[in-house]
Design a protein around this ligand. Structure first.
Ligand code: AMP
Length: 288
């Protein structure tokens, strides 16, 4: 397994693979890898001869007040895990390699980024789309793998590729959870024991929301209120950023559940902001 740190070397590596006519599967990450990340790597390995993973804690997707400096890192541990999965190369560039001092170009998906996390993190998705577009240009993959844990991110990247006529196939992958249902996240490491125990309520409330809908409730505010009451019962909860019921594709709020939807939550436990979601399919025919 190669560890590549420069754009030039990464492009050269990909060029050689492409010349051999074999597909490249790409898994972009910010590192501190867990089973969620590795599930994407395994899916990529199933579908592509060569898998490239990137590890880059992208500063442009963090606001100045956010946890860029505290973001956990473990290059050695990550490399060992990826080697075991049969990854061909890890791209680990420095910040300066990606954003030289005179850097000034950004790409933005305008509508899909307005709701959910875009409300409280208005510059976040601009950073995400910019880095993903740059990584796609550098790595030149045939397929790229994204977790539905970051559902809005997956939809935004899918849209960017469609709008900009990129040929990369975006492959969404299911959320990987701990035994108790908590979605795996690098940020879980920052939770105290008590906070970690309380976070179980996120998945439980999402399952409850889904259950209520499948039992016939269609009024979004009633469903959201039930979920907020559940989450609000936890002592270590600091703040609910949002509990939203949105169209699965446009991610716009829905007052009534009259189609396939996503229930999405963002919540602070202590200083840690966690997100989670669940798809609710009421119309299987329209589940494209
Ligand atoms: P990150 O390192 O947090 O930027 O995540 C890199 C990729 O892994 C993104 O596509 C995430 O959606 C995905 N991912 C993170 N956590 C999970 C999880 N628990 N299950 C599935 N995918 C995940």
């Amino acid at each position: 397994m190669k560890i590549i740190r420069t754009v030039e070397e990464m492009k050269e590596f990909s060029k050689k693979i492409k010349e051999s006519g074999k597909p490249i599967g790409f898994v972009p990450t910010m590192g501190y890898l867990h089973e969620g990340h590795l599930s994407l790597v395994r899916k990529a390995k199933e579908e592509n001869n060569t898998v490239v993973t990137s590890i880059f804690v992208n500063p442009t997707q963090f606001a100045p007040t956010e946890d860029l400096d505290q973001y956990p890192r473990d290059e050695k541990g990550d490399s060992a895990k990826l080697k075991k999965e049969g990854v061909a190369a890890i791209f680990i560039p420095t910040i300066n390699e990606i954003y030289p001092v005179d850097y000034q170009t950004y790409v933005e998906v305008t509508e899909l980024t307005k709701n959910l996390c875009g409300r409280s993190r208005p510059t976040h998705f601009r950073g995400v789309t910019t880095i993903v577009l740059k990584l796609f240009k550098i790595v030149n993959p045939d397929r790229a793998y994204f977790g539905k844990k970051d559902y809005q991110q997956f939809r935004v990247i899918e849209k960017m590729c469609r709008d900009l006529n990129f040929d990369v196939k975006i492959v969404p992958c299911p959320i990987v959870r701990e035994k108790d249902g908590v979605a795996m996240s690098s940020r879980n490491k920052h939770l105290t024991e008590k906070e970690r125990r309380d976070t179980i309520i996120l998945h439980q409330s999402l399952e409850k929301g889904k259950e209520i809908i499948l039992n016939g409730e269609r009024n979004s505010s009633k469903i959201i209120q039930t979920m907020k009451n559940m989450i609000g019962s936890k002592k270590t909860l600091k703040k609910i950023d949002y509990v939203s019921i949105v169209d699965l594709y446009t991610l716009k709020d829905l007052h009534y559940v009259d189609r396939n939807i996503l229930i999405a939550v963002a919540v602070y436990f202590g200083k840690v902001r966690l997100i989670d979601n669940i798809e609710v399919i009421i119309d299987a025919k329209n589940n494209a």
